[in-house]
Write a protein of this length. Structure first.
Lengths: 263, 330, 528
C-alpha cells in the first residue's frame, strides 16, 4: 500500500483513478442489469405489456401516437406485430435519430428486455407477425445454401446486391448490407417488410425457403475471400479503380525508375 | 508556315556525367551484387510457386490483415509468380541502368519524302504499266470488272443470313395466354390472391403446360412482377383498373429501356426501380416513368382468378414487352 | 574463338546466307530509342497484350463456350445442384478445380484492365505532347482503332463466363443492337441466332474473342510498331535535341535489357494483382437468367462511361407511322460515342487544318505550349470523368449517402457545363504557365535570398537560368494565326467566305500564346 501511495501525486494518478472508478461502476451496473434480466424472464405477460406501454409512451408515442394509431410522420403500429418491433427496435432503426429518408441500423436504444416488452405491447394491440421462435430457425439443419442462393438472386439481390452488400434505391434510400443481420432479423424483415422492403409472406416464400435464404446469407457473411481481397464485393467499379491506381500506378512508378539515369 | 522569330541559341547536348560504377570498381561490384540479389529473389519466387502448387492444399486458408481469409495455395502461387517475374525484370533493368553503357547516342533523322526524281519515276512507271494493261482504253473490261468487284462483296454478306431466323412477330409475343396461371419463380407454385398481403411482391412466370420446358428466351419475355396495393391507392383508367384484381397488379419485369429485370419495389413510395439505369416507375399510375432514361411504362398484364381461385392472366400482353425496336408500333 | 562463339557464328552464317539478315540487323541493333517514363505506357499495353495471349490460351484449355444447360456439381458448394450453362460451369471449374486456374483467370482479367488503361494513358501522352502530328497520323488512327477494338474485345471477354452480371451486360448490348433503326431487330436475331439469349451467342463471341479480334490486334500492333521503328521515336525537347536527330540509347544492349525487363515487370505486376485482389468473382454473381438482377450492375471501367451516358440520357422515344426510334438508347449508345471517336481519329487533321502546319514534327510539345490542344484534352477527360462517375452513381449514392436522382441530375448538368469549363480553365492555366516561363527566362529563378540595397530597399536575388534551361523553355515555335482575307490581292471576293472566316477564327484561338522571350529581350535585361 505504501508503494501505491507513493504515486498519489503522480500526474497520471487522476486519470488512472477515473478509469478505475468508471470500470467499477460499469461492472456493478452490468451485474445489476443481469439481475433485472433474470427478473424479466419471470415477469408475467401482462406486466411486460404494461412495461412496454410505459416505454412506448415515453419513447415512441410522440411520432406514432399515444395509442400507436400513427401520425403525420409515422405509420400506425396496430397489427404490425411483435416481429416488426423486434426488428425495428432490435436493430436500433427505431427510434429514429433524425428525420432522414431512411432509418439506419445503429446501436439499439433499448436493451433486449425493453425490446421484448415493447414488442409484447404492440402485439397486444392487434394480431400480427410474431417473432420467429428459435425452434423455427434451425436453418443450419433445414436450409439449403444453393437453393437459398437461387431464391436470393430472384427475390433479394436486385436491392441487396449479389453478395448481400446492399445497394441504392431511389432518392437517397438504400437497401442495407446484410453482413450484420442475424437469422431472426432476416426472418423478421421478410415477413414484416420494413421501410422500403416489400413483404414476403409464407405463401410467396415458404418458411422452409426462408431458411434456405437465411442459410445462404449466413454463408455469404462468412464467405472467404477467394482469389484475394474482395474490395467490397460491389462489382467492377472498385476493380477499375484498383487497376488504375495500384496497377498502372505501380507500373508508372517502375517506368520512372527505369528511365532515370543511374548515378 | 513556320515561326521565323529569332531564338536563343541551343547550347547542345550536355556533357556526359559518369556513373559511380563507371569509375569505381567497388561501386560496379556493388551494382553487380544488387542485380544478382534480384535474380535470386526471382528464383526463390519460382520455388515458392512450385511449392504452393504441389504441397499447399487448395482447402487451406490463412488470415491476412486487410485482405481477410485467403486461400493459401492461390496466394502462394500468385506471390511466387509475382516474385519470379517481377524480379527478373527489375534485375535486367537495374543491370542495364548501372552496368551497361549509358552514353547517349545521337542518330540523324531523314525526311520521309522521297527524292523528287524518284517520285517522278514512280509516277511515270505507274502510268506506263497502267497503260500497258489497257485498263484505261478497254472500257468494256473496266466496266465489267467494276460490276464484278461491286457484286463480290454480296456473297459473304449473304452467307451470314443463316446466323438466325427473321424476327417476324416473335418480339411482340410472350407465353402468356388467356387463363395462364401465374406461378412463383423459381418454385413454380400457383398463387391465390390471399397469398399476397398488402405491400407484398412476387416474382412470377407463366405456368408450364405438362411436358413443356422453360427456356431462358421465355423467361426473358415472360417474367412478371406481382404487387399488392390497397385498391384505393390506384390511379388507373377504368380499363386498367379492370386488369387488376383486389389490389393486385402485374407488370412485365423486363425494362422497357434496355431489358434489365425491373424488380426493385419500394413498398412505401410504391416505386419500381431498375438497377441498371435507374429508370423509376410509379406503380399506382400504371408504372408511369417518373425518372431515368426509360421512355415507356412497363406493360401491364391483365389478371383475374380462375375457378379454383388461382391468379391467371385475363389475356396476353396487349403490347410488346422489353426494350423498343424499330417495328414496335407504340 | 571459343566453342560457343563458333556455334553462334555458324548459325548466324546459315541464316544470313539464306536471308541476308546481317545487313539489316547490323543497322538496327544500334537503333536509338529515347528514354522517358511516359514512352513506356505504350509498352505496358503491348506487354499486357502478350500476357493476355498467354493466359487466355491457358484458359481455353478448360473453358467450354457453350450455353448448353448443365447442373453444377463442382467444389464450390454454394452453387451445388444449380442449373447453369456449360460456359459458367467450366469457368467455375477453372476457378476452383484447376490449380492456378483462378490465378490465371484473374491475371487475364487484370491484364485486360491494364491493357485498356495503358492504351488510354498512352493515347493521352501522345495527344498532349502532339506526337500524333505529321508524319505519325496513320499511327494515331491505328491507335484509335486498337482502343475501339480493345473496348469490344474486353466486353466480349467479360461476357463469356455467362454469369448474372455479364448476362445483364449482354442484355443491354442486345437492346442497343435492337434500337438501331430499320435493321435493329434483324441484326439482333442474327447475332443471337433467334430471340435473346438463345444458345448461340457465347460460342460465337468466343470465336471472335479468341481468334478474329486477337488476329486483327496482332496485325494492327505489328503495323503500329513497324511504323514506330521506321519513323523513329519522337523525343522531348531539350538542349541538343532537334527535329533532325534522335537522342537515346542503342537497342542492343541497353534498350533490349530495359524493354525486355519491363515485360517481366508488367507480367509481375499483373500476377501481383491476380494474387492479392479478387476480380470478377463470378461464383458470387450466380448463373445468368433474364429474370434476375443484382443491385449495382456495372460494366468494366472502359464500358463504364457508356453506361454512365445511358444512365443520364433523357427519356425520349419517337413513335410515328407504327415505328419506334429509341433516342434514349441511340444518343448515348451510338451517336455520342460515334462523334467522340470520329473526332478523336480526325484530330491530327483538324489541328493541321487550324494551324496550316504541314511540316514533320519529331520534337514533342510541352502541353502548356499548345494551350488549345491541352484544353481540348481537358475537355475530353472531364467529359469522360463525368460519364464514368454517373456510371457508378448507385455506388456513389450508397457510399457517400447521396441520392441517385441528385447525382444523375448533377451529371446531366455537369456533362454540359464542366467540359467547357475545363477547356476554359485549362487554356488560361496554360497561358499562365507560359507567362511564368517567360518571367523565369527573363528574370531568373527566385532564390529566397533578400538583399538590402544601400538606399534601404530590399530586393530578392534572382538567379539566372542556365543556357540549357533557358533553351528548353524557349525552343518551341509560336506559329502565327492563319489569316484568310475575304478579298484577294486584286480586290476580288474569295470563294468560301464563311468557311474562311470560321477557319481564321478557330486558327486565332488555336494560336493564342504569350510571346516567348527573344534573344534581344535577354540582352535588354542584361543592360539594366
Amino acid at each position: 500500500m505504501k508503494r501505491l501511495s507513493r504515486y498519489r501525486r503522480h500526474r497520471f494518478a487522476g486519470p488512472v483513478l477515473l478509469v478505475f472508478a468508471l470500470f467499477m461502476i460499469g461492472t456493478t451496473f452490468s451485474v445489476a442489469s443481469a439481475n433485472t434480466r433474470l427478473a424479466a424472464s419471470v415477469m408475467s405477460r401482462t406486466a411486460a405489456i404494461d412495461e412496454g406501454r410505459q416505454i412506448f409512451l415515453k419513447g415512441c408515442s410522440s411520432c406514432h401516437g399515444l395509442n400507436a394509431e400513427g401520425g403525420k410522420i409515422a405509420p400506425s403500429l396496430i397489427g404490425v406485430g411483435a416481429a416488426a418491433v423486434d426488428f425495428q427496435v432490435g436493430t436500433g432503426r427505431m427510434p429514429m435519430a433524425d428525420m432522414s429518408v431512411q432509418a439506419a441500423r445503429k446501436k439499439p436504444a433499448y436493451n433486449p428486455d425493453q425490446v421484448a416488452a415493447l414488442a409484447a405491447y404492440v402485439a397486444s394491440l392487434a394480431p400480427g407477425p410474431a417473432i420467429p421462435d428459435q425452434q423455427v430457425l434451425y436453418y443450419e439443419r433445414d436450409g439449403s445454401t444453393a437453393q437459398g442462393g437461387e431464391l436470393f438472386r430472384t427475390n433479394c439481390a436486385m436491392c441487396h446486391n449479389f453478395a448481400g452488400q446492399g445497394g441504392a434505391l431511389s432518392r437517397g434510400k438504400y437497401a442495407p448490407t446484410l453482413m450484420k443481420a442475424t437469422p431472426t432479423q432476416i426472418y423478421e424483415a421478410m415477413i414484416t417488410g420494413p421501410q422500403s422492403m416489400p413483404k414476403f409472406g409464407d405463401k410467396i416464400i415458404t418458411p422452409s425457403e426462408k431458411l434456405d435464404i437465411i442459410k445462404w446469407i449466413k454463408a455469404a457473411q462468412n464467405e472467404p475471400s477467394l482469389g484475394g481481397a474482395s474490395m467490397g464485393r460491389v462489382g467492377p467499379v472498385t476493380e477499375g479503380l484498383l487497376g488504375w491506381i495500384l496497377g498502372l500506378g505501380l507500373l508508372v512508378g517502375i517506368a520512372v525508375w527505369l528511365a532515370t539515369k543511374a548515378r | 508556315m513556320s515561326d521565323k522569330a529569332p531564338r536563343l541559341s541551343d547550347p547542345g547536348l550536355p556533357e556526359h556525367v559518369h556513373r559511380k560504377a563507371d569509375s569505381d570498381p567497388a561501386a560496379a561490384k556493388k551494382a553487380e551484387r544488387q542485380v544478382a540479389i534480384l535474380f535470386t529473389l526471382s528464383a526463390l519466387g519460382t520455388i515458392l510457386f512450385i511449392y504452393s502448387y504441389i504441397w499447399v492444399h487448395t482447402d487451406r486458408f490463412i488470415f491476412i490483415p486487410i485482405m481477410g481469409d485467403q486461400n493459401a495455395s492461390q496466394l502462394g502461387m500468385g506471390i511466387g509468380l509475382t516474385f519470379s517475374l517481377l524480379f527478373i525484370g527489375m534485375g535486367a533493368i537495374h543491370w542495364a541502368k548501372t552496368l551497361m553503357p549509358d552514353n547517349e547516342v545521337v542518330a540523324e533523322r531523314h525526311e520521309f519524302r522521297s527524292e523528287e526524281a524518284d517520285r517522278q519515276d514512280f509516277v511515270a512507271t505507274v502510268k506506263e504499266q497502267g497503260a500497258a494493261s489497257g485498263l484505261g482504253r478497254r472500257s468494256l473490261i473496266k466496266r465489267s470488272l467494276g460490276l464484278s468487284l461491286g457484286l463480290i462483296g454480296l456473297s459473304p454478306l449473304l452467307l451470314l443470313r443463316d446466323l438466325g431466323p427473321l424476327p417476324k412477330k416473335s418480339l411482340e409475343q410472350t407465353s402468356w395466354k388467356t387463363g395462364t396461371r401465374l406461378v412463383i419463380d423459381p418454385s413454380g407454385r400457383p398463387i391465390k390472391p390471399s397469398d399476397l398481403e398488402v405491400g407484398a411482391v412476387a416474382q412470377v412466370l407463366p405456368e408450364l403446360a405438362p411436358g413443356q420446358e422453360r427456356t431462358l428466351e421465355n423467361v426473358g419475355k415472360d417474367a412478371v412482377l406481382l404487387i399488392r396495393l390497397r385498391p384505393e391507392e390506384f390511379e388507373l383508367s377504368p380499363e386498367r383498373l379492370s386488369w387488376t384484381y383486389q389490389g393486385i397488379i402485374a407488370f412485365s419485369k423486363i425494362c422497357t429501356h434496355m431489358g434489365c429485370a425491373v424488380a426493385l419495389y419500394e413498398q412505401q413510395t410504391k416505386h419500381l426501380l431498375c438497377p441498371c439505369h435507374q429508370s423509376t416507375f410509379d406503380v399506382p399510375r400504371a408504372a408511369k416513368v417518373i425518372f431515368g432514361p426509360a421512355a415507356r411504362p412497363l406493360p401491364q398484364l391483365a389478371i383475374t382468378v380462375d375457378s379454383e381461385g388461382y391468379l391467371v392472366a385475363q389475356k396476353p400482353f396487349t403490347e410488346a414487352v422489353g426494350p423498343s425496336f424499330w417495328e414496335r408500333s407504340s | 574463338m571459343s566453342s560457343g562463339e563458333k556455334v553462334a557464328g555458324s548459325v548466324a552464317n546459315y541464316v544470313d546466307e539464306r536471308t541476308g539478315a546481317a545487313k539489316w540487323l547490323k543497322k538496327n541493333l544500334t537503333k536509338v530509342f529515347p528514354d522517358h517514363w511516359s514512352f513506356m505506357l505504350g509498352e505496358i499495353a503491348l506487354y499486357s497484350f502478350i500476357i493476355l495471349l498467354l493466359t487466355g490460351t491457358f484458359l481455353t484449355f478448360w473453358f467450354d463456350p457453350s450455353q448448353r444447360e448443365v447442373i453444377y456439381h463442382g467444389s464450390y458448394l454454394p452453387l451445388n445442384g444449380i442449373h447453369m450453362s456449360a460456359a459458367y460451369d467450366s469457368t467455375l471449374h477453372i476457378s476452383f478445380d484447376v490449380r492456378g486456374g483462378l490465378l490465371m483467370r484473374q491475371i487475364h482479367h487484370w491484364a485486360a484492365l491494364l491493357f485498356m488503361s495503358s492504351i488510354v494513358a498512352h493515347m493521352l501522352r501522345v495527344f498532349f505532347t502532339g506526337a500524333f502530328r505529321k508524319p505519325r497520323e496513320f499511327n494515331w488512327i491505328i491507335g484509335i482503332g486498337l482502343l475501339t477494338l480493345g473496348i469490344v474485345e474486353g466486353f466480349l471477354g467479360y461476357s463469356l463466363p455467362d454469369d448474372l452480371l455479364s448476362g445483364t451486360g449482354i442484355r443491354i448490348a442486345e437492346a442497343i443492337i435492337q434500337a438501331i433503326p430499320i435493321v435493329g431487330s434483324y441484326l439482333s436475331f442474327f447475332a443471337f441466332g433467334g430471340p435473346f439469349p438463345g444458345t448461340s451467342f457465347i460460342p460465337r463471341i468466343f470465336t471472335v474473342h479468341v481468334l478474329l479480334l486477337p488476329g486483327i490486334f496482332l496485325a494492327l500492333i505489328t503495323v503500329h510498331l513497324m511504323l514506330v521503328w521506321y519513323q523513329k521515336h519522337t523525343q522531348y525537347p531539350g538542349p541538343g535535341r532537334t527535329e533532325k536527330n534522335v537522342i537515346g540509347y542503342p537497342l542492343m544492349p541497353v534498350y533490349m535489357a530495359k524493354a525486355g525487363g519491363f515485360f517481366f515487370v508488367v507480367f509481375g505486376i499483373t500476377a501481383f494483382l491476380g494474387a492479392v485482389a479478387s476480380i470478377n468473382p463470378i461464383w458470387l454473381y450466380g448463373p445468368y437468367t433474364p429474370g434476375q438482377i443484382s443491385a449495382g450492375s456495372q460494366p468494366d471501367w472502359y464500358m463504364g462511361w457508356l453506361d454512365g451516358l445511358v444512365r443520364m440520357a433523357p427519356p425520349i422515344e419517337t413513335h410515328a407511322f407504327h415505328h419506334t426510334i429509341s433516342w434514349n438508347i441511340l444518343i448515348p449508345g451510338v451517336i455520342v460515342p460515334g462523334i467522340f471517336f470520329t473526332f478523336l481519329a480526325l484530330y491530327p487533321f483538324i489541328e493541321s487544318w487550324m494551324s496550316n502546319d504541314k511540316r514533320e514534327h519529331h520534337l514533342l510539345d510541352r502541353p502548356r505550349n499548345a494551350p488549345n490542344r491541352t484544353a481540348l484534352g481537358a475537355f475530353g477527360i472531364t467529359f469522360m470523368l463525368v460519364t464514368l462517375a454517373n456510371g457508378g452513381n448507385d455506388l456513389i449514392a450508397t457510399h457517400f449517402s447521396l441520392s441517385i436522382n441528385q447525382i444523375t441530375w448533377m451529371s446531366r448538368i455537369g456533362i454540359l457545363v464542366l467540359p467547357p469549363l475545363a477547356f476554359f480553365v485549362t487554356k488560361r492555366l496554360c497561358l499562365s504557365l507560359q507567362r511564368a516561363d517567360r518571367e523565369l527566362v527573363l528574370h531568373g529563378k527566385e532564390t529566397g535570398r533578400l538583399v538590402l540595397l544601400p538606399h534601404g530597399e530590399f530586393v530578392e536575388v534572382h538567379e539566372p537560368l542556365t543556357d540549357a534551361e533557358a533553351w528548353t523553355l524557349t525552343q518551341h515555335e509560336q506559329l502565327p494565326a492563319l489569316e484568310l482575307p475575304e478579298v484577294d490581292a486584286h480586290g476580288v471576293r474569295r470563294p468560301g467566305g464563311l468557311r474562311n472566316r470560321f477557319r481564321t477564327k478557330v486558327s486565332r484561338s488555336n494560336a493564342e500564346a504569350i510571346a516567348k522571350p527573344k534573344p534581344d529581350d535577354l540582352k535588354e535585361i542584361e543592360h539594366h
